[in-house]
Design a protein around this ligand. Structure first.
Ligand code: DC
Length: 228
């Protein structure tokens, strides 16, 4: 059976990764959360006090980064490893969320990440979610989805997720962070968040994860049949 590339883009906290993982599991495809790569790079920059206004410091720091996705035997999910260390939990912290959009806007950072993402998709059979997957990373992806949801729904979802790990977090903080990231992600100079002209928009404000999965799987199957 022919394999395709599925690109899922959209605003922060729209459930992109959840859908991407479900599709990948069902189709036996590789799932890549590209946001995790930008988060891991941010973690490395913060840990090493990299001045990201300096091109030479950024280039040097990137040269020292190795990213890998490795299946976690307990969770049965891919976890991102930064230079051999599993940083899947640490990159989900608010500290990272506050800086990641700034770092993801740096040209050299994007070139580094995009090159690796394209390599991962060389033999197709991949579902990748992010902000520029359908526009820049895989402009020829057979299926492109652009996910949206009401702001209040997104804040609520992200708040629940973060609160479970850290009850200190406030709803105001989560709301401000989402607004800031949406703004920075869609206004940056290098590959800003855009809906690709051939992407299907999927608003999941009133959809359960199961409904959303059923709809997207149907689209994926149609595209796979067309690719035969
Ligand atoms: O999907 P996420 O919230 O984990 O992504 C974290 C940040 O990384 C997001 O605010 C913008 C950036 N990002 C990006 O610029 N391009 C991508 N393909 C994925 C994420």
């Amino acid at each position: 059976m022919k394999k395709i590339v599925i690109a899922i883009d959209g605003w922060s906290s729209c459930g992109k990764s959840t859908l991407a993982r479900q599709l990948a599991d069902e189709l036996g495809y590789l799932f890549i959360d590209s946001g995790a790569m930008y988060r891991a790079i941010t973690l490395q920059f913060l840990r090493n006090h990299v001045n990201w206004e300096s091109k030479s410091q950024v280039e040097k720091a990137i040269g020292d980064i190795e990213l890998e996705f490795i299946q976690d035997p307990v969770e049965q999910k891919q976890h991102i490893h930064l230079n051999g260390e599993n940083v899947e939990y640490e990159i989900r912290d608010m500290v990272i969320a506050e800086k990641v959009s700034e770092i993801a806007a740096i040209r050299e950072v994007r070139e580094f990440a995009v090159e690796q993402q394209r390599k991962m998709g060389r033999s197709k059979g991949i579902v990748m979610d992010g902000r520029d997957i359908g526009t820049v990373v895989f402009p020829n992806a057979e299926l492109k989805l652009f996910m949206t949801a009401d702001n209040a729904v997104r804040v609520e979802r992200r708040f629940k997720e973060l609160y479970a790990k850290n009850p200190q977090v406030t709803i105001e903080e989560v709301k401000n962070n989402l607004e800031m990231r949406d703004y920075l992600d869609s206004h940056r100079e290098v590959s800003p968040l855009r809906k690709a002209h051939d992407a299907i928009e999927l608003d999941n404000s009133d959809l359960t994860p199961e409904d959303q999965f059923r709809i997207a799987l149907q689209w994926a199957r149609e595209k796979i049949a067309m690719a035969e």
